[in-house]
Design a protein around this ligand. Structure first.
Ligand SMILES: CC(C)(COP(=O)(O)OP(=O)(O)OC[C@H]1O[C@@H](n2cnc3c(N)ncnc32)[C@H](O)[C@@H]1OP(=O)(O)O)[C@@H](O)C(=O)NCCC(=O)NCCS
Length: 458
């Protein structure tokens, strides 16, 4: 008997209905628009309205997933959330999602589920997904499906370097046996370290970020995770490697955690340099780039050095890199360019943008392999892979990520700054909530101080 395939059966995205155009942002902050649009890769930034938070976005995505698949609450065994946008030091977003779904389905309809948050910067959603895949593989799900939600509001201080990378959004994934969208293969490579690249002290509203250092730590942690993945994948799956083939030749697409869209160029460059440098094809590449500088102490600082940066620039201009980037990496950055950073959700929004855009371009996705590279500051990285299933053809008919983006309202820079500074229910919302969850009150009493009350605005 062959073991059942386990993976993501369907997935939905919720993106706030407001956005700021980055051309206007650059002009108002006196920045070079090409730095923001080409260097960082940001064209538009999703802005949550005053009535929404990570929990409403998570619930909106989950409700659409449940409705679209005609699921009964009794068919769902767990709701696991990955987020780093907690409004509470104790209560998980997962419990708020249960409460909001029960407003639509009725009291206690979801009280049987197992629900908790996974918190580790931008990788919490991946831990929630891995945990849920294992729950199903172990058979402890007893035929029930899991819903995994990645939801975040990426918010930095006004006028900081991180400001032009902000965004918000949520992804809800239906995880089950014999998935229609993508089977997640069993090999996973992991890395966990104690780092200070990005963190959120409890007494600060915004994160403390060492942006450039964070990029180097991301790459270094990803390398460790990838090496673990590669070893396990080769042992388990035995791809027909020859002395001139790289494991990346067996992947058709890649999707990365994207703190900003052009991070994919940096991560892919680092990966392909190290995958290809011992292969016969490298001679052709060096003809275009000149020699790769020798590595000295293999430290994170070396990744920040001028030598490495200069070589990376030449490498990313080489025809070999441009071809692999355009066909295997770029499609997963398309949605992020119009949304911005969504922390835990970014890798999965990238995956869904890749799926929808490739399907629209006429690509045959069934059987194609996707490499996932997930990162959370502080830090942890995970690398794993998935294979599109036949059912992807049915799933993409109902995907509407890019339509959702087209239908949003552009807001002014003044409205953006007002929303950035305001707390829920303290200022007017730009839009009236419609067919979605909304914060309708924040408690002020002795026993509900700070408690957020939510409603479904029909
Ligand atoms: C990531 C971050 C450090 C970038 O900051 P930054 O100061 O804008 O970075 P740079 O000035 O190096 O600019 C980024 C790119 O834009 C390019 N650029 C600048 N001006 C440009 C222009 N006019 N046209 C095209 N590209 C331009 C730069 O060359 C650079 O590309 P390179 O890295 O290939 O050299 C900052 O956005 C940040 O702190 N982000 C939050 C945390 C984060 O993203 N962490 C990452 C890991 S999770």
């Amino acid at each position: 008997m062959t073991a059942a395939k386990v993976g993501v059966d369907d997935a939905t995205v919720y993106v706030p209905k407001l956005y700021l155009d980055m051309e206007e942002f650059a002009e108002r902050r006196h920045l070079d628009p090409d730095h923001i649009k080409k260097g960082i890769g940001m064209l538009q930034m999703a802005i949550p309205d005053n009535y929404e938070d990570a929990a409403t976005m998570a619930s909106d995505a989950a409700l659409e997933l449940i409705r679209r698949n005609g699921l009964q609450p009794s068919e769902i065994g767990r709701i696991y959330v990955g987020t780093e946008t907690m409004e509470d030091k104790s209560k998980p977003v997962a419990s708020k999602v249960v409460g909001m779904l029960e407003q639509v389905y009725g009291r206690d309809t979801f009280s049987h589920v197992d629900g908790v948050d996974h918190v580790f910067a931008c990788i919490g959603g991946t831990y929630a997904l891995e945990n849920t895949l294992d729950w199903i593989r172990s058979g402890r799900n007893r035929g029930k499906a899991g819903i995994v939600i990645a939801t975040d509001v990426a918010k930095y201080e006004l006028n900081s370097d991180g400001e032009y990378t902000q965004g918000a959004g949520a992804v809800a994934m239906l995880v089950k046996e014999e998935p229609r969208l993508i089977e997640i293969e069993e090999s996973v490579g992991s890395c966990t370290k104690h780092e200070r690249d990005f963190f959120k002290p409890l007494d600060r509203e915004h994160p403390v970020v060492d942006g450039k250092y964070s990029i180097a730590v991301y790459l270094d942690a990803m390398k460790t995770a990838y090496l673990g993945f590669a070893k396990d994948f080769v042992e388990r799956s035995r791809p027909p490697l020859t002395k001139d083939s790289a494991l990346s030749d067996f992947a058709d697409y890649f999707t990365y955690h994207l703190p900003f869209p052009e991070m994919a160029t940096q991560a892919a460059a680092y990966y392909f340099i190290h995958e290809w440098r011992d292969l016969a094809r490298w001679k052709d590449i060096e003809r275009e780039t000149g020699p790769l500088p020798p590595r000295k102490d293999y430290s994170v600082n070396e990744l920040l050095s001028e030598d490495y940066r200069a070589f990376r620039k030449k490498f990313t201009s080489s025809s070999a890199f441009r071809n692999v980037y355009a066909s295997k990496v770029y499609p997963s950055t398309l949605a992020g360019r119009r949304i911005g950073n969504t922390y835990c959700a970014s890798i999965y929004i990238g995956f869904l943008g890749l799926t929808e855009s490739q399907a629209e371009a006429g690509a045959e996705l069934t059987g194609k392999r996707v490499g996932f590279a997930s990162y959370g500051s502080g830090c942890s990285a995970k690398v794993f892979s998935g294979v599109y299933q036949e059912g992807v053809k049915e799933i993409i008919k109902k995907m509407n990520l890019f339509t959702q983006l087209d239908l949003r309202k552009r807001i002014s820079f003044e409205d953006y700054e007002t929303l950035h500074k305001s707390r829920p229910c303290e200022a007017e919302s730009v839009l009236e909530p419609h067919s979605e969850f909304a914060i309708n009150m924040v408690g002020k009493g002795k026993f509900d101080y700070g408690f957020r009350y939510y409603d479904f605005a029909s």
